[in-house]
Design a protein around this ligand. Structure first.
Ligand code: SF4
Ligand code: SF4
Length: 394
């Protein structure tokens, strides 16, 4: 695609990056059928190619309207379009630049800014968030299993030949404490010690996606310093069991690629970061084999299959462990959770969730399993069928 971005903008890092990405798009339109919002709304401006044109026009100095931001806000950043694109267009990186640029040219209303600020401050402040889930316990998924808690505590101080750093997540410990407990229990059983990051060490994704780029970078740098220290003290990997956090951490090197002080450090963090499925696939999991063949369906989060490119890995692991896995129609499509999307785009998010649940429940499984707390909570809000993190099944 030809571009005519003004010279001043092309001199900036963001201008250069956007130009390179725009030029890689050949407007073939293959991405349209992979896009959940285009599937529902049928408007080219709510498709990847349409949004790419909107961003291109804005960067080239053409008129930007409030509507431009509406179409970009409707994007789930699910990156299904990236998986489908034959030209390797880095859509998500372009979207980050486009959203920031368009927001500067056409600022959001005050109520919108207040709402976005409040959501990101609430979600990334464990003290506030934990208090809210205590006051409204129905917001929780399930309380901590006392037996599991005891088991994990009893095994915590044993000597282990190796250890890993587990990213706790800022909302996961309050909403679904059994996910981290189950993860630690599985790792202990494999002879691996676990250091948990404090809940305050949020990966930065919420700020990054809610117009808080500066706050996000502060968090990212603070995490890098803290986690590098753990690597130096012997942790062999940084493990994420929330694919939404994992995809953000794996992007640290891109975010800081031009930062003289942090570029190499960020690279080292990325090289050591693994989704729990990537780490476990290298271990002998035979002790977790199940003879009873529970019927499970797996919802692969977009951040796992499109963002981290780990499509099929959890499914393969579960099948090898003896679970009966139901096939899922349109498995590449987003469930509508998409970080805070379900709070800001309720109608679209609910329609996507209901479509996803219809497909997941088609073969009447006993349990829905997934790999991201956001998807888990969103799906659970639409069904009585238990929705769990797949690690809890082990
Ligand atoms: S599939 Fe890729 S190259 Fe084709 S229009 Fe979409 S983003 Fe552009
Ligand atoms: S990221 Fe997802 S919602 Fe956004 S344009 Fe791509 S496919 Fe569509």
């Amino acid at each position: 695609m030809q571009t005519h971005i003004p010279v001043d903008l092309l001199k900036t890092e963001k201008g250069k990056t956007a130009d390179k990405i725009l030029r890689s798009c050949v407007h073939c339109g293959f991405c349209l059928s992979a896009c959940p919002t285009y599937g529902i709304l049928g408007d080219e401006l709510d498709s990847p190619r349409g949004r790419i044109y909107l961003i291109k026009n804005a960067l080239e100095g053409k008129q930007v309207t409030k509507n431009s931001l509406v179409h970009l806000d409707r994007c789930l950043t699910c990156r299904s379009c990236e998986t489908t694109c034959p030209s390797g267009v880095e859509y998500a990186h372009l979207l980050d630049i486009g959203r920031e640029f368009i927001e500067e040219k056409s600022p959001r209303s005050l109520p919108q800014r207040v709402m976005r600020w409040s959501v990101r401050k609430t979600l990334t402040s464990p003290t506030v968030f934990n208090t809210l889930t205590t006051l409204w316990p129905f917001a929780k998924h399930a309380p901590a299993n006392p037996k599991l808690k005891q088991l994990v505590k009893a095994a915590a101080n044993k000597p282990y030949p190796k250890q890993v750093l587990l990213i706790s997540g800022c909302v996961q410990p309050a909403l679904a404490p059994n996910i981290n407990l189950a993860t630690i229990n599985v790792l202990h059983k494999l002879g691996i010690g676990v250091i948990e990051t404090p809940q305050e060490q949020c990966c930065g994704a919420v700020d990054h996606h809610l117009s808080g780029a500066e706050d996000a970078l502060l968090k990212v740098k603070r995490n890098i310093d803290a986690w590098l220290s753990e690597l130096e003290h012997g942790a062999e990997a940084i493990i994420s069991n929330t694919s939404g956090c994992g995809v953000m951490i794996k992007d640290y090197a891109h975010l800081l690629r031009k930062d003289k002080q942090y570029a190499k450090k960020a690279q080292r963090i990325v090289e050591h970061t693994m989704d729990i499925s990537e780490y476990l696939v290298k271990q002998d999991l035979s002790q977790f084999k199940r003879p009873e063949n529970a019927d499970v369906v797996f919802h692969s989060p977009c951040t796992l299959q499109h963002g981290q490119k780990l499509a099929g890995l959890v499914e393969k692991t579960l099948i090898e462990l003896g679970f009966q896995l139901s096939p899922v129609q349109d498995a590449h499509l987003c469930c509508g959770s998409a970080g805070t999307y379900s709070l800001f785009q309720k109608k679209l998010a609910t329609e996507l969730r209901d479509n996803k649940l219809t497909n997941l429940l088609a073969n009447q499984p006993e349990i829905i399993a997934t790999a991201n707390i956001g998807c888990l909570m969103h799906l659970q809000s639409g069904t009585d069928k238990p929705v769990k993190h797949w690690i809890e099944l082990l």
